[in-house]
Design a protein around this ligand. Sequence first.
Ligand code: UGA
Length: 479
Amino acid sequence: MTIPYPTQPSPMAFPAVRPPSGAPRPRLAFLGTGYLGATYAICFAELGYEVLGFDVDEVKIAKLAAGQVPFHEAGLDELLRANLASGRLRFTTSYAEVADFADVHFICVGTPQRADGMGADLTYVETSVSNLAKHLSRRALIVGKSTVPVGTAEWVEQLVAKHTDPALEVEVAWSPEFLQEGFAVEDVLRPNRIVVGVKTDWANGMLYAAHKGVFDLAATEDREVPLVVTDFATAELVKVAANAFLATKISFINAMAEVCEVAGGDVTQLSKAIGYDPRIGNRFLQAGVGFGGGCLPKDIRAFQARAQELGAGEALRFLHEVDLVNQRRRTRVIQLATELLGRLPGPAGPDLAGTRVAVLGAAFKPNSDDVRDSPSLAIAATLAKAGADVRVYDPQGMANARLAMPALHYEESMSAAVTGADLVCVLTEWAEFRNADPVTLGELAGARRVIDGRNCLDATLWARAGWEYRGMGRPNPSV
Ligand code: UGA
């Protein structure tokens, strides 16, 4: 059955709005060409829209315009080059050009954690919206996509009112995104839902037209994309609530791993068993070194900070525990390393001087070169601080890791990192590590000791190859 339109009834109409530019379909601009903005710009050009990507970073824009994606994301390079060639996709560093070109402006800039606390830093949102607004000379819709504290959309409306002529009737809407690194193209072209926070039928109509390509693609593939049309606050909250839920799910299973460690249980079996209950589900229930990346850690902190400001801090107090469980998993790897290397913990931390440790993985998850708040890299740094000679290898994340932690020692291959190591720590579950042959690696290593920080190795196979194996929340394998 073909479902051409979203079945989720909208409380508002989808008026057939005419793009103010006069183009047949709304022209789209994406401001901020980081992970989010670049992926959206490229994918929406692929869906047939005329797209302009904007960034203040000239180097990034020059790269994109030359057909190079500035980060690692499967499938994106080909799409970028194809859409540049089609003429539908362009990049610029000029606000004036963006204002002149687009009908719908998506704000995709970063909202990092503030240097002075847990809240989100909205500087980039403020700069991009204000500069864009100043250049607008006809009606347009400004749509926030960045992850922000609830209340930001109302503030953006005030910024727009301050910087534009009211006669232009520039409007604001909010539409959070849910893309995951490593699956970004799929997540944008085939999202599992679209959420829009709008105040008027015109904004709703423009946003519908701006997403029609997504609905049309779904219809040709006999799929449905649920659409939730809501108010600003709910749209903003949906995003942080979703990330808070995912972080909680991961910390929940990691808390179970802690209990398994003292009770002699196996968290991988436990996770499988509870995951068969469809109310629980088995996804995001992988115990290990915990969550990292540019989103989950900062989002749960910013969410707590905002709830506190609003007087609902108590409601999110559990997120503090979620964060603590997550951090404790990193400490657990250090404990295991100390134990395996036969060292004593010591009041000022363990002394690992004279040991060599291979750290396999620097990215916060596989199929990404992103090392922001990466558990692997944080653990590597702690091991090095304890005196170990740490050798890091990652299939894609080396360049970013070198920038983030220049003092660590990097190797160009898994074999080079493992050669002569007294301990191997697998901290990001890249296929290259999961499929590595323990016999071959055993011949290279100085001693056969392995910490499986992601429970991604076949424990029995490694133990049979003579490795002393330690997982996260699982008993040691008996051979
Ligand atoms: C996350 C959300 O999953 C996206 O839906 C959201 O759009 C995005 O943040 C965002 O806010 O932009 P992402 O940061 O790409 O996406 O990474 P995830 O796949 O969520 O993984 C986060 C971390 O959790 C990784 O370090 C991963 O290794 C870890 N993880 C994940 C686990 O430790 N266990 C699991 O079972 C799953």
